[in-house]
Design a protein around this ligand. Structure first.
Ligand code: FDA
Length: 396
């Protein structure tokens, strides 16, 4: 069978591309090897899908070419997606930092996209794998296989690759899009897990074990990059939004710095506590500002005098450093098993930023996470998926 557009991947970007190509009267087939479409949408944002961020700008994305995302993000903005959500009567709310979430369930976003696909005549085939993709004179040929339908050769004029990244293999993530890109001569930048909890070496983990479950509002930095969000101590290492954000910038062997009380002059606060009651311990002094178990650990590790009154200014400075300049080297990350996204992907140098078409292969498009454009945490990754899918859908 011949289609105008074959889209591989029924995730956020693939469904958006299908809707837009369908609106132009193109005969669109979307295939996905999973048994359900949009599974990452469904589980995203704790089941409420942080579907965009009202502050989206190119600075919220990492890529070898930081300017690449500008065009798509400008052409399809958060306002455009919000208008679609409102047209479907999906209630939503703004959480901190411009993040928009469904009031109800992320499934509403999946249902909305499926309804739009149906409305615009795009066909969806699940449980279907794509094989033997090759270029023909007029477009592309491939072989689809389905457990019940068997094997079916197909042809298309445009091929849109929307297979996402490698994160959460359990949910069907594969490196297929990268392999396909390479088979057509496109470059793929180094890929690695991003927005991922970081792990600690066994001795540090054992030391921090008692802190498991504690969350603090911290500033976490890697070089000049800083994020002021929650940090969570876990039984495997460090997580929470601040740590996930910084993980996208972190490389093996790099150091990370944490300010646990970023808005407090800890030295001045401890001097005041010492003046007020010199008989109290450092732990009690710190406990006025930090969770008890954390204060206990910091005071215990500093091994200073029992009474705060016996702490010199010089010693108080060491306490300040322990609280607001804690430095450590993560052992690694939890990897693709828990990473929200994949950093890196199809090299943007080989793609047209307006259409997401491969420069050297007319008719071949890469959209969404498979491209070397990685958003910060906070709805940016979906906005990239919508925007890049929308752009390809205008021309594919
Ligand atoms: P996506 O991964 O959504 O879709 C790819 C599709 O291709 C899948 O359906 C897959 O089955 C299919 N596929 C893969 N290989 C294939 C093959 N060989 N053959 C056929 N089909 C194949 N982002 C955000 O902005 N806000 C949020 O709240 C969250 N929350 C969140 C939570 C969790 C737990 C995760 C893992 C991720 C997020 N994200 C997020 C990130 C966001 O989910 C992600 O960036 C987008 O889903 C990417 O959309 P894509 O369409 O590019 O890929």
């Amino acid at each position: 069978m011949t289609w105008d557009v074959l889209i591989i991947g029924a995730g956020a970007a693939g469904m958006m591309a299908a809707i837009e190509a369908g609106k132009r009267g193109r005969r669109v087939l979307v295939v996905d090897h999973a048994t359900k479409p949009g599974e990452k949408i469904r589980i995203s944002g704790g089941g409420r899908c942080n579907f965009t961020n009202v502050h989206t700008s190119p600075k919220h994305f990492l890529s070898d070419n930081p300017s690449f995302a500008i065009s798509a993000l400008k052409r399809y903005s958060p306002r455009d997606f919000i208008a679609l959500v409102e047209r479907y009567g999906i209630a939503y709310h703004e959480k901190a930092l411009g993040q928009l979430f469904c009031d109800g369930s992320a499934q509403q976003i999946v249902d909305m996209l499926l309804a739009e696909m149906r409305l615009n005549g795009a066909e969806l085939r699940l449980g279907t794998t794509v094989d033997r993709v090759r270029k023909t004179e007029t477009g592309f040929a491939a072989v689809l296989s389905h457990d019940q339908r068997g094997i079916e050769p197909v042809e298309c004029t445009s091929l849109v690759v929307a297979t996402g990244g490698k994160s959460i293999p359990k949910m069907g993530a594969t490196g297929y899009g990268y392999e396909l890109a390479k088979s057509f001569g496109l470059k793929v930048t180094e890929t690695r897990p991003a927005l991922v909890p970081l792990t600690l070496d066994p001795p540090t983990l054992a030391r921090l074990e008692p802190l498991s479950g504690i969350a603090i509002d911290a500033v976490v930095s890697h070089g000049k990059t800083k994020f002021a969000e929650a940090l969570l101590f876990t039984h495997r290492g460090l997580s929470g939004p601040a740590m996930l954000q910084i993980s996208s910038f972190w490389r093996e062997g790099d150091e990370i710095a944490v300010a646990m009380l970023p808005d407090l002059d800890v030295f001045a606060a401890l001097r005041a506590a010492r003046a007020e009651n010199g008989r109290q311990s450092l732990q009690t002094g710190l406990g006025a500002f930090l969770p008890k178990r954390l204060a206990q650990m910091i005071a215990g590790e500093l091994k200073g005098p029992e009474r705060l009154g016996d702490w010199s200014d010089k010693l108080l400075r060491t306490a300040e450093t322990a609280v607001n300049s804690w430095r450590f080297k993560p052992a690694g990350s939890e990897g693709y098993r828990t990473a929200e996204v994949t950093h890196g992907g199809v090299d943007t140098a080989d793609l047209d930023s307006r259409t997401l078409q491969a420069k050297a292969v007319p008719g071949l498009y890469f959209v969404g996470e498979v491209v070397d454009v990685t958003g910060w945490l906070g709805g940016y990754n979906f906005q990239w998926a919508w925007a890049s899918g929308w752009c390809a859908g205008q021309v594919a």
